[in-house]
Design a protein around this ligand. Structure first.
Ligand code: RFL
Ligand code: PHB
Length: 395
């Protein structure tokens, strides 16, 4: 039977980064991805990288273009009630900043590094199924279809990096896992367009009509979002309607700088908080969105995927180099501690900035008081800043 040391399911950022770190340490791995490489690269998603994520990409040897093209942001803006408040992320956190660099570009860089190192990815692998992983002392294997032909792959460990809808988590017996979930009664409508950002840093806006966010991919390309109904369809949102609605939700300074342009990409994403515990089942480890989801308001999803991968790679490298299982045994608890902190922050940012359809007048007043407090208190701004730039890795 063909074999590898670590079989990785999913060629999103989690799977590709894990493969890269393991490959650099001389650990053989093979990635099985159900989509084509082109499909994976066409998904527009995250844009904000914590300092620790940038460092990890550096350690993985894939940060050259990120260092050259990424935009370092020392702050962000929160807009509310006609005002725009600057949050000095660096000043409040002893000099830490975030970097704007699209997930698509990270994926592209990781794919190129993988190809250059001669590491294999089987794209369009259909019907991936996991076998014999539950028992920590067994030898797990995978079955799948490649070009319509059945294939099998034996391995020491399986890394489930296949996102929220992937097969890995769903292969675990339900009684072995506990899940925690919260869904939100709205989604985000996102538009990518070649138009300059409304401000040099991101603008997060709270407005009675709903949340809005002006982000970017470069100095000439904007990525903007507005809160929308879960029942909305893309057909309902012409470019004109999108920009008009966005403008209404922004503060006057940001609104005046907005220059509508044709959408290059437009999509609607539901918001969800979700955690599966534990993140290890015998010889299967879950990482990234396969194990947890955060609403995007805190910009934490990709960063959490990166910290899971850091812990998992450390555990596997320790196992193969030093024959110690300590890192693998601690993986789940270590990752989950960080996951819950990010869940807390992402939930708090979502509640602070969105309009909830069932919100009563008391809740609305509390939300306004919270924003008022944030605008006037350095302590409140510091709490936001230290979470946004990323909590210490081992915290
Ligand atoms: P992914 O990216 O979903 O990749 C999983 C891969 O697994 C494949 N797959 C399978 N392969 C084989 N067999 C199967 N049965 C399979 N099932 C699935 C899939 O095709 C896919 O290629 O998960 P990963 O790698 O864990 O990465 C997670 C991140 O993608 C995600 O957390 C972020 O995009 C979240 N996110 C953000 N995170 C941030 O840190 N900062 C941000 O600014 C940010 N903004 C966002 C976001 C997510 C968004 N959406 C669309 C939910 C903005 C948005 C709008
Ligand atoms: C993005 O640029 O896509 C982005 C930025 C910040 C967020 C979410 C998404 O909180």
């Amino acid at each position: 039977m063909p074999s590898t040391q670590v079989a990785i399911i999913g060629a999103g950022p989690s799977g590709l980064l894990l493969g890269q770190l393991l490959g650099k340490a001389g650990i053989h791995n093979l990635i099985l991805e159900q989509r084509s490489a082109e499909h994976v690269l066409a998904r527009v998603r995250a844009g904000i990288l914590e300092h620790g994520t940038v460092q990890l990409l550096d350690e993985a040897g894939v940060a050259e273009r990120l260092r050259a093209e990424g935009l370092v942001h020392d702050g962000l803006y929160i807009a509310f009630d006609g005002q725009r408040q600057h949050i000095d992320l660096s000043g409040l956190t002893g000099g830490r900043a975030v970097t704007v660099y699209g997930q698509t570009e990270i994926t592209r860089d990781l794919m190129a590094a993988r190809a250059a190192a001669g590491m294999a990815t089987h794209y369009e692998a259909a019907g991936v199924a996991l076998h014999d992983f539950e028992n920590g002392s067994g030898k797990p294997w995978l079955s799948y279809l490649r070009n319509g032909k059945p294939e099998v792959l034996q391995c020491d460990y399986i890394a489930g990096c296949d996102g929220f809808h992937g097969v890995s988590r769903h292969s675990v017996p339900p009684e072995a896992m506990k899940t925690f979930e919260r869904t939100y009664p709205f989604g985000w409508l996102g538009v990518l367009a070649d138009t300059p950002p409304v401000a040099p840093e991101l603008v997060y806006a709270q407005h009675p009509r709903g949340f809005a966010l002006c982000s970017m991919r470069s100095k000439t390309r904007s990525r903007c979002y507005i809160q929308c109904k879960l029942t909305d369809s893309l057909a309902q949102w012409s470019d004109e309607l999108f920009w008009a609605e966005l403008r209404m939700r922004l503060d006057p300074v940001s609104a005046a700088a907005l220059q509508p342009a044709a959408a290059i990409e437009k999509s609607i994403a539901p918001l969800r908080s979700f955690v599966a515990e534990p993140m290890r089942f015998g010889r299967l480890f879950l990482a990234g969105d396969a194990a947890h989801i955060v609403p995007p308001t805190g910009a934490k999803g990709l960063n959490l995927a990166a910290s899971d991968v850091r812990y998992l790679a450390q555990g596997l490298i320790e196992h193969y180099r030093e024959h110690s299982s300590a890192g693998l045994n601690h993986y789940s608890a270590r990752a989950l501690r960080r996951v819950w902190r990010a869940e807390r922050f992402s939930f708090a940012m979502t509640r602070l900035l969105h309009s909830f359809p069932d919100q009563g007048s008391f809740d609305h007043k509390l939300q306004q008081a919270e924003l008022d407090y944030l605008f006037s208190s350095r302590a409140a701004q510091t709490a936001l800043a230290e979470n946004y730039v990323g909590l210490a890795l081992d915290a």
